[in-house]
Design a protein. Structure first.
Length: 261
């Protein structure tokens, strides 16, 4: 069922390019990277946003959408629809594709609240997982990571399942990460974690591993994982060999980087 789209009397969105200093206030910034979204993604996002607002209760929620150089299905028309339906949405419209890590950092730079959570545009783990991460932050954690268990691995195509197992093994024995799953696209953090994430440099797939590695090297940092499960109907993309070789170079950069932060 399609959601009705109305026209806003005044633009609710500020499309920001240069980063500006922010003062963090109580509440949650929800950061979503976006690249070539498919189908009726605007209507789906509006529904997910309202579901998040409902489950968060009285907690202020600021949605920050970052377009990472989409070549299709993202236009001013889509932005206008979102402006009309989501109060105060911030859209960061990057015209050049730089990678998910870059997009996440650009969104975090516009954050305004004490806590930030980022996840994928289609909310692969559902909206309840956002509240779960937020609650862990409220309970004193600095960085919280969604952790996908064995059930997730069984759902993956064979090639991607092998790659994921290898990545987890390398993260455990080489990077010695404090979380079991670095690559789940759901993370939350407070001001301490925010500063660490903004200090990362990898633009592509392994930005998550770099973030978890740098966070784990901080003394006295409080990190936790929360179990997450894919909602029904999620499809998994395939990895091209060219991308894998590029990310292998990024992995070596993490290993060769400074051991203290």
């Amino acid at each position: 069922m399609s959601l009705p789209i109305t026209t806003a009397a005044f633009p609710a969105t500020v499309i920001i390019r240069p980063a500006e200093p922010v003062v963090l206030t109580p509440g949650l910034d929800l950061i979503l990277p976006c690249w070539n979204p498919s189908g009726q993604w605007v209507e789906t996002l509006i529904q997910h946003y309202h579901d998040v607002v409902t489950i968060m209760g009285k907690v202020p929620v600021q949605l920050i959408l970052v377009n990472d150089g989409s070549l299709k299905n993202f236009s001013q028309k889509h932005i206008s629809w979102l402006e009309a339906a989501i109060p105060g949405i911030i859209v960061v419209d990057n015209k050049i594709n730089r990678g998910k890590g870059y997009a996440i950092r650009e969104g975090v730079k516009r954050s305004q609240h004490a806590y930030q959570v980022y996840t994928d545009l289609d909310f692969p783990f559902g909206v309840a997982a956002v509240k779960q991460v937020y609650d862990a932050l409220q309970n004193g954690m600095d960085v919280v990571a969604g952790e996908r268990g064995e059930a997730y691995l069984r759902e993956l195509p064979r090639k991607r399942r092998i790659i994921t197992r290898i990545n987890r093994t390398m993260n455990k024995f080489i990077l010695r990460l404090k979380v079991n799953d670095a690559q789940a696209g759901l993370k939350g953090f407070n001001m301490i974690g925010r500063d660490i994430l903004l200090d990362t440099t990898i633009d592509g797939f392994l930005y998550d591993s770099e973030f978890m590695y740098r966070a784990g090297k901080r003394p006295r940092i409080r990190m936790a994982g929360v179990p997450v499960y894919c909602r029904p109907g999620i499809t998994f993309s395939a990895f091209k060999m060219k991308l894998l070789f590029k990310e292998l170079r990024n992995y070596l950069k993490i290993v060769a980087g400074p051991k203290t932060v």
